[in-house]
Design a binder for this molecule. Structure first.
Ligand SMILES: N[C@@H](CCC(=O)N[C@@H](CS)C(=O)NCC(=O)O)C(=O)O
Length: 348
């Protein structure tokens, strides 16, 4: 067979094309469509709950606070340089995914559990865990129930469109217990029904139960969260599939505040770290350029985020920690090197 040296082999053509594509990707990466929209509008549109203390709750002046809200502020800071450039859209459990899919919101920061069916089946993507929660039962102390295994025959208040509904079926089926679901869509109505005694039990994320008990029970001490957790409930901000730039920004904004805590950087001391010699610190804060550009963000994006909302520990303490009405210990939400699960990959 005569060789045809004038023509490069298919393999070398492909390798050249892949190398060229790699170069192009490295030099021509664009902000994704969501970031473009946010920049044009000058505002992030963040989907939150209709009112869950510690996570997302508006006061009488319409000012939103909470752990989920702080991640809205962090994202607005990363993209637009200000934590105030956010419009909050309160959503019920059932409204939240259609609102994200339709483009009504840019990101869903609404105590939303990561599950396989949501991640793989809905056209949306979870980004990073902001809260390792677990689902449990709240009961009136006067019922004398100390374990969820003693709930046979209970009337259970549950919100539709949550994975609590599925967990309810799973728990009672597994333990061969009977129950009657009381399904109420509006959270305020559901909680009113529970505290009025229309249900024996309220099933939700333990954080939601703690928030509800502190804010809405006549006397919080009259209610107890049973020790069992019926399922893991890792909560994450969610975005639409197919916008990798925005997915990366949301994921790495969470990583930035976790890394800040690990490095001892707080909103109060971050300026002092600008002269640090630690390469990790210099990259995170954009003193050494590169990371910001790779996300199509200002080099100081993570510095701005930490300066305005603080590190993960500050966010936790401000919203749900021991000095708040929720009084939650860090538990699984401590850093990996302090006995918890929070572990951010390196900024490199
Ligand atoms: N984490 C669970 C539950 C989330 C959820 O929607 N919980 C209800 C309470 S049971 C809630 O926060 N509702 C707030 C609202 O409707 O505004 C999920 O993702 O399905």
């Amino acid at each position: 067979m005569p060789s045809i040296p004038a023509f490069p082999s298919l393999r070398s053509v492909l390798l050249t094309a892949v190398a060229a594509a790699g170069t192009l990707c490295a030099t021509l990466s664009h902000a994704g469509p969501t970031v473009d929209t946010i920049k044009k509008r000058g505002q992030l549109v963040c989907g939150v709950s209709q009112g869950s203390a510690g996570l997302s709750l508006a006061d009488s002046q319409g000012r939103w606070t909470g752990l989920d809200v702080d991640f809205c502020k962090a994202l607005a800071t990363a993209v637009l340089g200000s934590p105030d450039k956010v419009r909050y859209v309160p959503l019920s459990s059932q409204q939240r995914f259609p609102a994200l899919l339709s483009g009504e919101i840019d990101v869903l920061n609404r105590n939303t559990t990561v599950t396989s069916s949501r991640d793989a089946g809905l056209g949306i993507t979870s980004t990073a865990i902001v809260f390792y929660d677990g689902q449990g039962f709240l009961v009136p102390k006067k019922l004398g129930i100390t374990s969820a295994k003693n709930l046979d025959g209970a009337q259970v208040c549950v919100q539709p469109g949550t994975n609590n509904e599925q967990n309810l079926v799973d728990w009672f089926t597994t333990h061969k217990l009977k129950y009657r679901p009381v399904v109420i869509e509006n959270l305020v109505e559901l909680e009113k029904a529970f505290y009025a005694g229309r249900c024996d039990v309220y099933l939700s994320d333990a954080s939601t139960l703690a928030a509800s008990r502190s804010a809405r029970a006549g006397n919080p001490d009259d209610y107890v969260i049973l020790p069992e957790r019926v399922n893991k409930s890792p909560l994450s901000p969610w975005v639409r599939d197919n916008d990798s730039n925005w997915i990366d920004i949301v994921r790495w904004t969470v990583n930035a505040v976790v890394t800040a805590e690990e490095l001892g950087i707080t909103s109060g001391n971050v300026d002092g770290f600008l002269v640090s010699r630690d390469p990790q610190v210099r990259r995170l804060l954009g003193v050494d350029a590169g990371i910001g550009k790779s996300f199509q963000l200002d080099e100081r994006w993570a510095y701005n985020v930490i300066k305005s909302v603080g590190n993960y520990g500050e966010i936790w303490d401000r919203n749900v920690g021991p000095k708040t009405p929720l009084k939650l210990e860090r538990g699984y939400n401590a850093l990996w090197n302090k006995g918890g699960l929070l572990y951010a990959p390196p900024f490199q």
